[in-house]
Structures are given as C-alpha cells and as structure tokens.
Ligand binder design. Sequence first.
Ligand code: NAD
Ligand code: UD1
Length: 338
Amino acid sequence: MAKILVTGGAGYIGSHTCVELLNAGHEVIVFDNLSNSSEEALRRVQKLTNKSLVFVQGDIRNQSELDLVFQDHKIDAVIHFAGLKAVGESQQIPLTYFDHNITGSIQLIKAMEKASVFTLVFSSSATVYGEHSSSPYKEDFPLSMPNNNYGYTKLVIEQMLEKAAQADVRWSIALLRYFNPVGAHKSGEIGEDPQGTPNNLMPYVTQVAVGRREKLSIFGHDYPTKDGTCERDFIHVVDLAKAHVFAVINRLKQTGCRAWNIGTGMPISVLQIKETFEKVNGVEIPTIFVERRAGDLAAFYADATRAEQELGWKPQYSLEDMLADSWNWQKQNPNGYN
Ligand code: NAD
Ligand code: UD1
C-alpha cells in the first residue's frame, strides 16, 4: 500500500479518486488551495469510505508549502489534479492559467525531485491531440496545438514531463488523457460543483433539470454525425477515478513517461445525452438548437485499448449509469456543496 499525495484532491475528479484510493487501502494526503472546491467534499469522502485522509491547504505555486508536505510525509507517489480548467476563462486570463498550471506543475516537479519522489500521475486531456487527427484517437497520434490556452497548458506540461523523464531515468510518469468526465459517486454525496454558469454539457443539463436554468442550448445540429449534433466520449468519473489507482500501481513498478487515453471509445451525441437523460431520469430537458460553438469538433472519441492492455483498466459504467448518477448528485445537492 502506498502513501499518495493528491494535488487538487478536493475537486471533482480528485475527490472521486480519493474515495477509490482509500477503498484500495492507500493513504491519502490532499493538497489543495480550495480555489474551486470545498472542504465539505473531503469530509464526505471520509464519511463514504469510513477512512481518514490528511488535508493540507496550500498552493502548488508555493515551493515552501510543497516542501513542507514532502518533509512531513513519506510520500511514495503523486497524483496531480490541481490547476485551472475553464476553457473560455483561459482565453481571457492566459497568464493566470500559465501560472497555476505550468508554473504550479514545475514547482511540484522540483519539490518531488528534492524529496526523491519520482512517481507521478498527471491529469492531462484529450485536447492535446488538437484538431488535426480524427477519431478514434490513439496515444501515438501526433499532438498538435490546442485552440485554447487551457489546452495549451496541458500540451506544455506533457512535453515538459516527457523531457524530464528522458533526462532522468528515475522518473515514472503517467499522462492520463481524459475524454469527457461526467457522473458522480453512486451515493450522491460527491459530484461536480461548477461555480457560475457551467461551460460543459453535463452540469448544464442537470442544472436545467433541477430548475436552476431555463433550457439547454444545443450548439449546432448540422454536423456530419448520426443525428447532426456533436459526438463525444463520455466517461463515468468513478471509472476515471479507478484508472488513477491502476496508473499509480503501474508507475510504482516501471519507469519512463507513458500516455494513456481514458475514455470508453464510444461516441455519444449531444442529442443522445439529452434524450437518454430524460428517459433514464423521467425529467424533461427543454431544449433549443442554436449556432455551432466556435472550436467544437464534430466527433471526438478515444481508442481506449492501450489502457486496457497495459493498465488492466476497463470502464464498467454505462451511459445510463452516468446520467442517473449525475442527476442523483444534482437532485440531492441542488446548490452543490453550498
Ligand atoms: P476541479 O476544478 O474540480 O479540481 C481542481 C482542484 O485543484 C480544485 O479543488 C482547486 O481548488 C484546486 N486548485 C486549483 N489551482 C490550484 C493551485 N494553484 N494550488 C492548489 N490547488 C489548486 O477540476 P476537475 O474537473 O476535478 O479536474 C481535475 C484535473 O483534471 C484538472 O487538472 C483538469 O484540467 C483536468 N481535466 C479535467 C477535465 C474535466 O472535464 N473535468 C477534462 C480533462 C482534464
Ligand atoms: C471541452 C473543451 C475541452 C476540455 C473539456 C473538459 C472546448 C471547445 N473544449 O470539451 O478543451 O478539455 O471541455 O473541460 O471548450 N454543448 C452544448 N450545449 C452546452 C454545452 C455543451 O450543446 O450548453 C455541446 C458542445 O458543443 C460539445 C458537447 O456538448 O459538442 C460537449 O461539450 P463540453 O462539455 O463543453 O466538452 P468538450 O467541448 O468536448
């Protein structure tokens, strides 16, 4: 069993990963500045697992705060979620995104080196494939410049980590390229709690369902897809969380830097999300079709075979599970953790 530092562990994906790590018998230290999360999520993680974790409030850009964590705890591996993730906002305040995501990652790597901890799982995104390849995306496809600053930070960090691993064979790094995480823990105790108007589809749908928003706007219905709306690869957040547990185990045994897609490999359309959500949950989602959103690709989904072959990880949850669990969380927590 390992002692794992989870940066950004109070957030959406981080909190679900803490549950899976604790359930698998690992020790967890969460390091988070709570800029986009609540300590309540961590209280619920401990309640759900009946296990305790250590919480340190701090910022990954602060070297001395990080050093202290490594001094106080004998960490075996780090899972690095901390960072900013709103695509639109990253266009307005790029330097803030570079600071939290890129500088923050550099500070973390330096603190790890200093403490001789060389095992890292990094939250990357399928956005690093850019727009030039076509679905299903494989890990060895060439990467290209994402069309937004958030995606750019993920590409830069991936490349930085690869170079660090090339220069020093002690590093063992997993780059997990997430597709579209949705859903929530079955209990409805933890889930996604976006601040302000959601940018992503799923929280928008659940907020319409719960009456916080009037209607869903579907961006474009003239795409060359089965029903004219965009297709994405939605992955249940609990499956995604479990992928981190498999990745940590793999990395503790091997060295080098390796990328894995984390998706189901199944293209699901936006209209299919709305219709299946209505059917599974018995609620209506008033919807209108509007113009395409700039920067959206028609279809974006994974070839997820490498993760299955090399990590032994395979998604277990269906689309119906994702939509039922998203709704269960939103219904029980109409205003998130507030
Ligand atoms: P989230 O915002 O819920 O979680 C991120 C956490 O990091 C938050 O708890 C926040 O308080 C913390 N944080 C932010 N800046 C920090 C800093 N400087 N120091 C310490 N803590 C800081 O986001 P999430 O959806 O859980 O995403 C987790 C990671 O996965 C992010 O790196 C994100 O870019 C990546 N990712 C997310 C998605 C998605 O759709 N949710 C897709 C691909 C990749
Ligand atoms: C977006 C980001 C991507 C980021 C990912 C996770 C863009 C172009 N891409 O991916 O870089 O890694 O989020 O944070 O922003 N949709 C609607 N109505 C809505 C919201 C969304 O129709 O109100 C549609 C979109 O047009 C898209 C699909 O739903 O076709 C999924 O959208 P979203 O949840 O924002 O994810 P991505 O665009 O795939």
